[in-house]
Design a protein around this ligand. Structure first.
Ligand SMILES: [Zn+2]
Length: 294
């Protein structure tokens, strides 16, 4: 990958990664080299990803499909909705699970998987429930909000691939739009007929204790913390970077919009996550060889 050396000259998108130093006005064009160098020297680089990571794979944000739902997502994604409005609840999740089949990891996901193989990601904490990090090959993934890739029976706790929830007949989305949708037997456990639920954290539920404790430990031990595609507006997203910075970590934030934690950051980058990671990975890859595969 060509290096950006000339100030003010934008070439292709992969080379137009520009950072806004948190403490300075204006743009700094040598930030990719600087960030890559800091990343390479870090003992415990930790990455935190939010919805912006998956948007670059073309995964539709369920909030942007708001016109489709008959209730607000905040009230649909609850146990109360499962019990009192099961048609609405199941359609909401069937739609989202079905959309997962159409997307694959983007260059940002692949870059993180490569960085992990190079020993440059000690923990990957994500708010995303789409499983795209694992699909790209990342192993050290902590999912704070659970996963949309599996469903579990509320009665016997049997777990299944979430695709079992998708109706067999093809016209279910049209039926919903026409007000004729009813959930079917695909929403019930094949073993005991109990209701199936997605293995995500619903509104009103606690974060999985084990995942949260693991994330906190990683944040506290981190000396280089990277936030990718999160607005950092609410907990737990806004807690993790603060834990890291409190313990002396350098903070890199890559997000399209300003975040409340920008002032804590060493670097704030407004560019595509894929472009930023590809540029950084390109530099680091030249220096490190992955362990041999036999
Ligand atoms: Zn069951």
């Amino acid at each position: 990958m060509a290096e950006k050396k000339t100030k003010g000259q934008k070439t292709d998108p992969a080379n137009s990664v520009e950072a806004v130093p948190a403490a300075e006005a204006g743009m700094r064009l040598n930030s990719v080299a600087e960030i890559a160098a800091a990343w390479e020297q870090a003992q415990s680089p930790v990455v935190f990803t939010g919805a912006g990571m998956s948007t670059e794979s073309g995964l539709p944000d369920f909030r942007s499909a708001q016109g489709l739902w008959k209730s607000r997502p905040e009230s649909l994604a609850t146990m109360t909705a499962l019990k009192t409005q099961p048609d609405e609840f199941y359609f909401f999740y069937q739609w989202r699970i079905a959309k997962l089949r159409d997307v694959s990891p983007n260059i940002g996901h692949h870059s993180l998987a490569l960085l992990e193989r190079l020993g440059l990601v000690t923990a990957l904490i994500t708010q995303n429930v789409d499983g795209l990090h694992q699909q790209a090959g990342s192993v050290k993934v902590t999912e704070l909000h659970g996963s949309l890739r599996t469903v579990s029976c509320l009665n016997c706790a049997a777990q299944y691939e979430s695709t079992v929830l998708i109706p067999q007949h093809s016209a279910w989305e049209e039926a919903y739009k026409a007000g004729l949708y009813h959930y079917g037997s695909e929403c019930l456990c094949p073993k005991c007929n109990g209701f199936l639920r997605p293995d995500v954290v619903l509104f009103g539920e606690q974060l999985p204790q084990e995942s949260w404790e693991k994330a906190v430990k990683a944040c506290e031990n981190s000396d280089f913390f990277v936030v990718l595609g999160s607005s950092l507006a609410v907990a737990p997203a806004n807690v993790c970077p603060q834990l890291a910075v409190r313990n002396g970590a350098k903070l890199l934030i890559v997000n399209n919009d300003p975040t409340p934690l920008d002032e804590l950051a060493t670097w704030v980058v407004r560019a595509s996550i894929g472009d930023v990671l590809a540029a950084i990975t390109g530099r680091l890859e030249q220096k490190k060889e992955p362990p041999p595969c036999f």
